[in-house]
Design a binder for this molecule. Structure first.
Ligand code: IYR
Length: 227
């Protein structure tokens, strides 16, 4: 059992992380990078089912993310029900049609061209699960009083990163989809007023024929500055 003590009345447990050799560290860091570098966002999904237990573990992994003041200001809605997926697709496509045909700037449309996107979102019905992440702008106490959260965007963004890494590690694919605006998700999923939609992530296997854009990631010297 881990050691416990009080620091200024608050309970602490001792934390030990096994020290590994530098050789193993080098190997682990490179292996993990190579694994993550294989991840691609995918728009063509198979409808092959996935055990719910896998999804549960992916969500639990996401929720291991650090969050400001340990508020864990997130809710993950998992949609498997075809009727709800259909409602989401209809509402998302209505917004996206409006977006692609009038709301998005011509510069944005040009930037998106190489990615082959459009207002059609069949993956919202094909993928076996949709995970919709809601951020808690604030919390509601037991008698309805508002309690602050801090740096919510950052905390939920980090949890989403953990989720995407876990999905990839489980041999599955995902898309970080941002239908715009996303208010319809609160209505369809009946979320409370303190929760705001953050991202919609279809999860599944890639379709047997699946194409992704031939794009490259930035090199280390373009993304990092060492002092
Ligand atoms: N919401 C639109 C536009 C969009 C596309 C991509 I690729 C993004 O990375 C962000 C927004 C859509 O989902 O098609």
């Amino acid at each position: 059992m881990s050691e416990k003590k009080l620091i200024e009345e608050y309970p602490y447990i001792s934390y030990q992380k096994p020290i590994i050799s530098e050789e193993e560290m080098l190997d682990r860091a490179a292996t993990f990078y190579n694994k993550m570098d294989e991840r691609r966002s995918v728009r063509e999904f198979s409808d092959q089912p996935i055990p719910l237990e896998v999804i549960e573990n992916l969500i639990k992994t996401a929720s291991t993310a650090p969050s400001v003041a340990h508020k864990q200001p997130w809710t993950f809605c998992i949609v498997e029900n075809p009727e709800i997926k259909k409602q989401i697709r209809i509402a998302a496509e209505a917004e996206e049609l409006e977006g692609y045909e009038s709301r998005m700037s011509s510069e944005w449309l040009v930037d998106l061209k190489p990615l082959g996107t459009g207002w059609h979102k069949p993956f919202l019905e094909t993928a076996p699960y949709l995970i919709i992440i809601f951020k808690h702008s604030y919390e509601l106490g037991s008698n309805g009083q508002k309690k602050n959260n801090y740096y919510v965007q950052e905390s939920v963004g980090i949890a989403t990163g953990f989720l995407l890494a876990a999905i990839h590690n489980a041999g599955l694919v995902a898309l970080t989809h941002t239908p715009n605006p996303m208010g319809f998700l609160s209505k369809i999923l009946n979320r409370p007023e303190n929760e705001k939609p953050f991202l919609l992530i279809p999860v599944g296997y890639p379709a047997s024929e699946c194409w992704v854009p031939d794009i490259k990631r930035k090199e280390l010297d373009e993304i990092a500055v060492f002092y």
